[in-house]
Design a protein around this ligand. Structure first.
Ligand code: ADP
Ligand code: MG
Length: 248
């Protein structure tokens, strides 16, 4: 279970998270929505343990992430797959190698580099299976930068699956693709999460996608959760309040 309690995170005088409260059960699939600058990426980075809260706490399976030592945090990160908005793929590596980097945190660094450069048949077969699941099996040995934006997003999803984390955090995973590909990608991401019983938290620009693919919406404004409920309960009034459309 994930619990943010009175979470605060500032950059200078900017409150990226401001008394933020959120509880998420294992296996839930959540879309994070809200205007630009409302704190979605900051929240995801806190959940990924990339940022440490200034005050308040982040509990993950009853352990406080705020007070965890750096060494323990590193271990904890093996169970958290974070897909940043820029995907963080290495462009000149093969797709197979980028996917294998998903386990770089959980194995010995040298071993992991060796695995990536000279993979065993078992590992390669595993990567092939995952690429099949995300719909690009034929790209196994292609250079990553030869793929389209949507295909690269699938590689990042494959890397997250290869990591075998139980929590997947994706920051605007479909921002770079056209609507039909966005549908296919979100379908892929949510289906993978359901199939492997993963907790999935995904920030999205597009409310229609959020409502179509996610049962629960968390709406952020000025670093706070201002809507938290079923997608089907999210009304036009909630939308106006979240984006403050009434203020012009
Ligand atoms: P969103 O993802 O909803 O657009 P962010 O979490 O990126 O929002 O940003 C929330 C606020 O925190 C913004 O005002 C942003 O400028 C600020 N912020 C986020 N990350 C940083 C950072 N690394 N350094 C300085 N300010 C930041
Ligand atoms: Mg963002």
């Amino acid at each position: 279970m994930i619990k943010l309690e009175n979470a605060n995170l500032s950059f200078g005088s900017t409150h990226a998270l401001h008394n933020c409260e959120l509880t998420i059960d294992k296996g839930e699939q959540i879309a994070l929505i809200g205007p630009s600058g409302s704190g979605k990426s900051s929240l995801l980075r806190v959940l990924a343990t990339e940022y440490r809260l200034d005050t308040g706490d982040y509990w993950l399976d009853s352990r406080s992430m705020r007070s965890l030592s750096s060494k323990c945090l590193k271990n904890q990160r093996c169970d958290i797959a974070y897909i940043p908005q820029d995907l963080a793929l290495v462009p000149n590596l093969k797709v197979s190698q980028n996917v294998m980097l998903g386990q770089i945190g959980s194995t010995h660094l040298l071993g992991s580099i060796k695995d990536t450069l000279i993979p065993s048949t078992t590992k390669l077969n595993l990567v092939r299976d995952i690429l099949q699941e995300v719909g690009i099996p034929e790209k196994l040995f292609h250079r990553t930068d030869s793929l389209s934006g949507g295909q690269q997003q699938r590689v990042a999803i494959a890397r997250a699956l290869y990591q075998e984390a139980s929590l997947i955090l994706a920051d605007e995973p479909v921002s770079a693709v056209d609507p039909s590909r966005a549908h296919a990608l979100l379908d892929c991401l949510t289906q993978m999460a359901t199939k492997h019983t993963l907790t999935l938290i995904c920030s999205l620009h597009n409310l229609e996608y959020a409502k179509t693919f996610f049962p629960r919406l968390v709406g952020m404004r000025e670093g706070k959760v201002v809507f938290d409920g079923k997608s089907s309960d999210f009304t036009d009034k909630d939308f106006s309040a979240l984006y403050q459309l009434d203020n012009g």
